[in-house]
Write a protein that binds this ligand. Structure first.
Ligand code: TMO
Length: 314
């Protein structure tokens, strides 16, 4: 009897172990959202190609970079590979509070997204990078479009950088104009470079741009948690957004909380994914400087970096 019981237990645990080993990923496609800046598009293709090598099916869907957190929560998108703290922390935190979305991993990369100027701008406004010095130089950045106010060229509106709130909170003499695309930002910097016109635009790191145009971020009052919600946070007691974006921001990976059960192998790989600043800047460069298609850039990157990602699929 004793013997028989232990035999049954053994068979049961063997069956369990076999069941666990056989729990295959669903054949449904993993839905990977694509946004409007190059590193995110290349990284999404690279991780998608890794999933395909593992035998998964993948579908890429163009998605608004803020609405994506709600889509993931509902399982309409499976994951997000680039959750930038500055641009998307607010939407990500709101989705986490509602539930259905998971904070899966944090990349090695440290990020920053904020007002930025190419080096030649500082010659015209030597008090930079201090934001008060920038504000005192506002007339240097005036255009017919902005009248006597300085022009700040922000990113596409879906990056929701709260630049207008920041201008109002800090009482800045600037008008915010949004670029239609990331490419429009690069075109604007390249045009200003010809005659060294002072310019202040939205930029971020890691990005290809830092290798092409040396420059600096404007130093606003330091970010504090809650600066986007709580007027007491930041230097002004009655304003929200009276601060810059985080200077050492995170870059996270998020996923639908059903992913781990539906695609357990892909999920285990996703937990290991981590890219550095240099790797992300390189992904952007393959598209923005070398002119590759994102799919080819991803394949090229994977071929050159097998030692980085092969361990993620074991
Ligand atoms: C979201 N972005 C990296 C473009 O700032």
């Amino acid at each position: 009897m004793q013997k028989r019981t232990s035999c049954l237990v053994t068979i049961a645990s063997l069956a369990l172990a076999a069941g666990a080993a056989q729990a295959a990923d669903s054949t449904d496609p993993i839905i990977i959202p694509i946004h409007n800046w190059s590193s995110q598009i290349v990284m999404s293709n690279a991780v998608g190609q890794i999933f395909e090598q593992m035998g998964n099916s993948v579908e890429f869907v163009s998605t608004d970079s803020q609405a994506v957190y709600e889509a993931i929560r509902l399982g309409d998108a499976t994951l997000e590979l680039e959750v930038w703290e500055g641009a998307f922390g607010h939407s990500f935190r709101a989705a986490l509070e509602k539930g259905g979305i998971e904070d899966v991993a944090t990349h090695a990369a440290v990020t920053r997204e904020d007002w930025w100027y190419p080096a030649w701008t500082k010659e015209a406004c030597p008090g930079l990078p201090d934001w008060k010095a920038l504000n005192a130089c506002a007339a240097l950045f005036a255009t017919p479009e902005t009248g006597d106010k300085g022009r700040f060229l922000g990113g596409p509106v879906d990056w929701l950088k709260h630049d207008q709130e920041k201008v109002e909170a800090l009482g800045m003499n600037f008008a915010v104009v949004n670029a239609g695309s990331a490419a429009a930002l690069w075109a604007e910097i390249a045009a200003a470079e010809k005659d060294k016109t002072p310019i202040v635009v939205f930029n971020w790191t890691p990005n290809f741009a830092e290798a092409v145009w040396p420059g600096e971020f404007v130093e606003f009052p330091a970010w504090e948690d809650g600066c986007d919600k709580d007027p007491a946070k930041g230097p002004l007691p009655d304003k929200v957004y009276d601060c810059g974006n985080p200077a050492n921001g995170y870059l996270k990976i998020a996923a639908w909380d059903g992913m781990k059960d539906k695609w357990p192998a892909a999920y285990a790989t996703l937990q290991k994914v981590s890219f550095t600043n240099a790797q992300i800047a390189e992904m952007a460069k393959l598209v923005d400087v070398d002119g590759m298609e994102p799919e080819d850039a991803a394949a090229t990157w994977l071929a050159a970096n097998e030692a980085v990602w092969k361990p993620w699929i074991q």
